[in-house]
Ligand binder design. Structure first.
Ligand SMILES: *Cc1c(COP(=O)(O)O)cnc(C)c1O
Length: 378
């Protein structure tokens, strides 16, 4: 059994994907081919935003957004403490300070009450210019955007949505990648919509930011690539990846997103009446299930559970083992001292189970059966 089965997906889509790759090769516009523009238009339409600017990966997408807002030295950005490293790394890499905020125990997303407290603390301290909040749609579930938008408006902060895992999720009919002043996603192969290498995209409705994002992604270009009006980066999605993504987007829309939601529903049925805390999706929310992450009670030893699953041929992963503030890279910075007990506790107790659109009902029954036979689970 695969944790995320990209081989089965490829075999299913093989004729179309092979054709798309061959045709991109035949066109020989390996950078900036027509497929890139077509994909950007399809993505913008799917999300319901005015602009989609593709780029080299999700981390760059975060950096480009921060650059478009002129965030850098002396600035601080609030970031959830329980997320993938790139969310905080992007802030530090443009020269600003990421200030880590605890997450909600149920949704795993940034805790809006603690966020507001952290904002007030920073205003009081006056050490940095506070500029933005990055909300992560962790494991595919949109963050609490209604409240986040109110808070950002109240304190005049930009809202950046990190939907690297959130593509396909939604809340009250609005799709992930459409919640932030700027939103981003990643096309890393294992993400909900993945390509066959690295890739990413930035989304916004704002005309000027869209123009800046495009410029920063291509060497700070002005009228052309050879007219350079600011220091940018080289961050582009290549034509072959765009061609692959067009095929995969169509499969994602037609059945893959539905299939992961059915798999989550099946897990819920099979694992009820156990001591495991299953992921909760509140009313109005829809997840893209980038991960199916459960929380173990303290009575269950995580490593030995993983060993037993492995012995039965079931892969499992820990997302994430280390809270952001405790990462060595942030040692000795202001980010390192944070009040983040939920994040710390989750890092000790979470476990992610196989999840992907090609996971069968029988697979889930098997996984649940094995788990339920383990001491202390039922
Ligand atoms: C994967 C991921 C990123 C970075 O995306 P890359 O394409 O790998 O650079 C950023 N944030 C989160 C939450 C992620 O899961």
């Amino acid at each position: 059994m695969e944790f995320r089965d990209l081989k089965t997906q490829y075999l299913k889509l093989k004729p179309d994907i092979d054709q798309a790759i061959l045709s991109a090769c035949a066109g020989a516009s390996f950078i900036g081919g027509i497929q890139v523009k077509e994909l950007e238009e399809q993505l913008a339409e799917y999300i319901g935003v005015k602009y989609c600017i593709s780029c080299a990966n999700g981390t760059d997408a975060l950096c480009l957004a921060l650059m478009a807002w002129g965030i850098g030295c002396g600035d601080a950005v609030f970031v959830p403490d329980f997320t993938y490293f790139a969310t905080g790394e992007a802030v530090a890499s443009v020269g600003a300070v990421p200030l880590f905020v605890d997450v909600d125990a149920e949704s795993f997303n940034i805790d809006t009450e603690k966020l507001e407290k952290a904002i007030l603390r920073e205003i009081e301290r006056g050490k940095y210019r506070i500029r933005a909040v990055i909300a992560v749609d962790l494991f595919g579930l949109p963050a609490e955007y209604k409240r986040l938008k109110e808070i950002c408006r109240k304190y005049d902060l930009y809202l950046l949505e990190d939907a690297a895992q959130g593509f396909g999720g939604s809340m009250d009919g609005i799709k992930s990648c459409g919640f932030g002043d700027i939103s981003i996603t990643s096309f890393f192969p294992a993400k909900p919509l993945g390509c066959y290498g690295d890739g990413g995209a930035v989304f916004t409705n704002h005309d000027d930011w869209a123009e800046l994002l495009r410029s920063y992604a291509v060497h700070g270009m002005g009228k052309s690539k050879y007219d350079n009006i600011r220091i940018g980066r080289n961050s582009r999605l290549d034509t072959i990846q765009a061609a692959i993504l067009k095929i995969k987007l169509s499969a994602f829309k037609t059945y893959e997103l539905k299939a992961v939601n059915e798999a989550a529903e099946k897990y819920k049925i099979e694992l009820k009446d156990t001591v495991l805390r299953l992921p909760a999706v509140k009313k109005g929310y829809y997840s893209s299930w980038a991960q199916y992450t459960i929380v173990l009670p303290e009575s269950i030893h995580r490593e030995s559970l993983m060993e037993q699953l492995k012995a039965a041929g079931i892969p499992s992963m820990i997302y994430y083992q280390t809270p952001m503030h405790a990462q060595k890279a942030f040692e000795g910075t202001d980010s390192a001292e944070a009040d983040v007990e939920v994040s710390e506790s989750l890092c000790k107790r979470v476990l992610s189970l196989p999840m992907h659109p090609y996971l069968s009902k029988e697979d889930i029954e098997y996984i649940a059966g094995v788990m339920k036979r383990i001491d202390g689970i039922c």
